[in-house]
Design a protein around this ligand. Structure first.
Ligand code: PLI
Length: 463
């Protein structure tokens, strides 16, 4: 009997490999020891003990020869570096904002924006929190309020735009606290903690119109806005024939500024920026950046870093690049769905998220199911993932109690242009093995907890 012919894939990665980095192969006994030494926290592993590193897509991309060539063109003058002007021009061209402040990475921009715009007692609504973003808002005296649509909290819900803002929730907040207590609405695209879910153009446009009537600004977390634009092209009526670059420009036009971690969409290992249209905020940021990051024409970056990010923008907005990037994530997600592994659906832009509550239903949230699953997966195959559940959610700074997020997830984050389809297949095989013996897996107890962003450094022992 002949097998039926597979469906034509018709595309592969729009690049070829010119240089490789060798990986160490480890035994299960070595990995068990390494995980115990790391206190069952994948952040605390030595990277040399990791085989396939899906901890994060942040700063882990492979740069192109075009970007590396740009690194050689670094103008390392203290001020007025040519690379800053190249970066500024590309941000203006593709994101459309008026003023640019480079920062060492995304949280540097969040720090400046929060310090300038948020007063103690303010409220900052957003489409789900992100760890560093919310912390900077809180440290500036603000209170984060989640206004994402309810569907975002349901891993099985197939809404194509689970990153959307629920305008009713925004209106309720304004009625409760008054528009003058809301410095801006914080809109992320895509929404990392919801599983890399996009927000639609229609929704952002509606938020923009609504915010204008209340004179409230919208600040975009543009970290993965290119991936968001790709989803709009694929899923939203009226955008199929537009390029990702065109969609991105329109998308940003409904916002007043953005914070950016260039370490994701923009294909660099370090770098970020704050971009803004408001002259007053810009002047304040231009002044403050000197205090916290460096001169306003480098903001904590070397000239070569700015050049790599500038060139990264040009590559990031290419349709064939972004299709292959998201295509690889979808490949992993589709395989896991095929085998009945519980993941957040639809598959997001930068990562596949295992639903640890469904995967390990015998563990309570206090036994850290996602932290447990991430540790187990590493021991099985050397695949490193990240907890995105109760540990990441941290404690309420006022009450000191754990936040209990509805989503208890393990993130398998795909670096850009780094791993092959075979690496993804190995990852799937390992997850299936762990899934098969899931009932034997016991939970964890936290034995060390730092005060801020505890997921980076906390330590656990097995129950
Ligand atoms: O890691 P930074 O400081 O360059 O960027 C902070 C940051 C801001 N917004 C969003 C949506 C992020 O995903 C983000 C960083 N994310 C990390 C490190 C991640 O592993 O997802």
């Amino acid at each position: 009997m002949t097998k039926s012919r597979p469906e034509r894939r018709s595309w592969a990665e729009p690049y070829k490999i010119k240089m490789v980095e060798r990986l160490k192969m480890t035994t299960p006994a070595q990995r068990k020891q390494a995980m115990e030494t790391a206190g069952f926290n994948t952040f605390l592993l030595l990277s040399e003990d990791v085989y396939i590193d899906l901890l994060t897509d942040s700063g882990t991309s492979a740069m192109s020869d075009y970007q590396w060539a740009g690194m050689m063109m670094g103008d390392e003058s203290y001020s007025g570096s040519q690379n800053f002007y190249n970066l500024e021009a590309n941000i203006k061209k593709h994101y459309g904002y008026e003023y640019i402040i480079p920062t060492h990475q995304g949280r540097g921009a969040e720090h400046l924006l929060s310090k300038i715009c948020i007063k103690p007692g303010d409220f900052v609504p957003g489409n789900m929190y992100f760890t560093t973003t919310r912390l900077h808002q809180e440290l500036a005296g603000g209170t984060f309020v989640d206004i994402i649509v309810d569907e975002a909290h349901d891993p099985m819900n197939l809404n194509p735009f689970k990153g959307n803002v629920d305008l009713q929730k925004l209106e309720d907040l304004i009625l409760r606290v008054g528009a003058d207590k809301i410095p801006y609405v914080s809109v992320a695209a895509t929404v990392n903690m919801a599983g890399g879910q996009p927000i639609s153009m229609e929704n952002l446009r509606a938020v923009h119109t609504y915010c204008q009537t209340h004179n409230i600004k919208i600040m975009l977390d543009a970290t993965r806005a290119v991936e968001n634009s790709y989803f709009i092209q694929q899923r939203e009526v009226g955008y199929a024939d537009k390029s990702v670059a065109e969609i991105l420009k329109e998308f940003c036009s409904y916002t007043d500024g953005c914070t950016m971690s260039g370490k994701k969409d923009l294909l660099v290992n370090i770098g970020g920026f704050l971009a803004i249209n408001d002259t007053k905020i810009y002047e304040e940021a231009r002044n403050l950046v000197v205090v916290y990051e460096g001169m306003h024409t480098y903001g904590g970056l070397a000239g070569r870093d700015m050049e790599a990010m500038s060139r990264g923008i040009e590559e990031a907005v290419q349709d064939d690049h972004i299709r292959a990037r998201v295509g690889q994530v979808e490949y992993l997600g589709d395989k896991l769905i095929e085998w009945g592994v519980p993941i957040v659906r639809p598959v997001g832009g930068h990562a596949v998220y295992l639903d640890a509550k469904m995967f390990l239903p015998h563990l309570t949230q206090d036994q850290f199911p996602a932290q447990t699953l991430a540790a187990e997966l590493y021991i099985d195959s050397g695949v490193r993932s990240m907890e995105r559940g109760i540990v990441s959610a941290g404690r309420d700074l006022k009450t000191g109690k754990h936040h209990y997020p509805k989503l208890e997830l393990v993130r398998l984050t795909i670096p850009r242009r780094v791993y092959t389809q075979a690496h993804i297949d190995v990852t799937v095989e390992s997850i299936l093995d762990v899934f098969e013996r899931r009932e034997e897996i016991s939970g964890l107890e936290m034995v060390y907890e730092p005060k801020y962003l505890r997921f980076f450094q906390s330590r656990f022992i097995r129950l």
